[in-house]
Design a protein around this ligand. Sequence first.
Ligand SMILES: *Cc1c(COP(=O)(O)O)cnc(C)c1O
Length: 430
Amino acid sequence: MTDAPAHGFDTLQIHAGARPDPATGARQTPIYQTTAYVFRDADHAAALFNLQEVGFIYSRLTNPTVAVLQERIATLEGGVGAVCCSSGHAAQIMALFPLMMPGNNVVVSTRLYGGTVTQFTHTIKRFGWNAKFVDFDDLDAVKAACDDQTRAVFCEAIANPGGYITDLDAISAIADEAGVPLIVDNTSATPYLCRPIEHGATLVVHSTTKYLTGNGTVTGGCVVDSGKFDWSASDKFPSLSAPEPAYHGLKFHETFGALAFTFHGIAIGLRDLGMTMNPQAAHYTLMGTETLSLRMDRHVENAMKIAEWLENDPRIDYVTYAGLKSSPYNKRVEKICPRGAGGLFTFAVKGGYEACVKLVNSLEIFSHVANLGDTRSLIIHSASTTHRQLTEEQQIAAGAAPEVVRVSIGTENAEDLIADLDQALAKATA
Ligand SMILES: *Cc1c(COP(=O)(O)O)cnc(C)c1O
């Protein structure tokens, strides 16, 4: 398909990046299960290694199947380029890597996926990076947290475990003022529900493990670049603006312009960190993207029905779904994710910890797993699993209080899911 941004989302999710295989005419994108690619001759090889010509060298850097997925996700997000990698967590490191040097910090929302909190609290310190956690509803606090050493601002569009929607426009204005990029984790929303670049984000990261693949088969991640940030406007981003010793002094921004971040991600990030997505994973995720909008519409429709049903059930204390009028974030749905608030939320069961454990044990359709964004409905009681090591105070701050369960509503029949919750709640609160 030609580059035609005029096409609708449903068309692009099937066609963007893909074309019939030039060798065989295969209509579906083949899984290019190869490590290396034959050079035409020695000059061709030299040009590729010098980044003077774009092409395939070795699958740690680029692979034709993965390249189709990169172009597809970039198109759906409205970016100029994307780099896929081995997981969502890899994507977060790949997004920060070109921006950060030892001593630098990233200003991050307190409302993040639990694994991201751990990655940012502990692991990135080994690189000499620091994360400053701030309540992103307190705009003055976000502003105050940005200092000389800040190199990025990071948040989720619809924050896991659901119910919280970030005012991306307000946050991107603060990042702009600080002269640093806003990175948005768009995993829970997907580009169908929210397009962070349209709200001022510079980079969008994904765990493609979740809704983009959609059926819990492979882990993957992606970093999408809007192409809009001026990396040379200050001396804050030498990896992109200054001569790169590993490429004979090449300056990425000067040489590749809007594609600087994407080229750096491949030529330095994947080359040296090696967090590469494999072509099999790209294949499964490409399959998933073809039905993204259809699934998301159903996830949203089901989540809304189930959240409303739970909210009116006397066995339930509260429900945190932003799609509900009762949610303090309901007013942001229209602006940030007009097609709906996603499929993730938490609810509190009267009867506390014990009732939650019984509920999880009694469900038949819902699966008790540490995942989200599957066609299957999933549930987890964070306090007895992922957040088990935390104090009760920390659990409450993380939205994982002992009486709370998190659900990822699937695409099954809503009536069946409600009946399943009904019978399990009866057992749990008996
Ligand atoms: C799952 C998830 C991640 C991490 O992705 P992996 O593919 O598991 O590494 C990051 N952010 C969010 C919002 C997620 O849901």
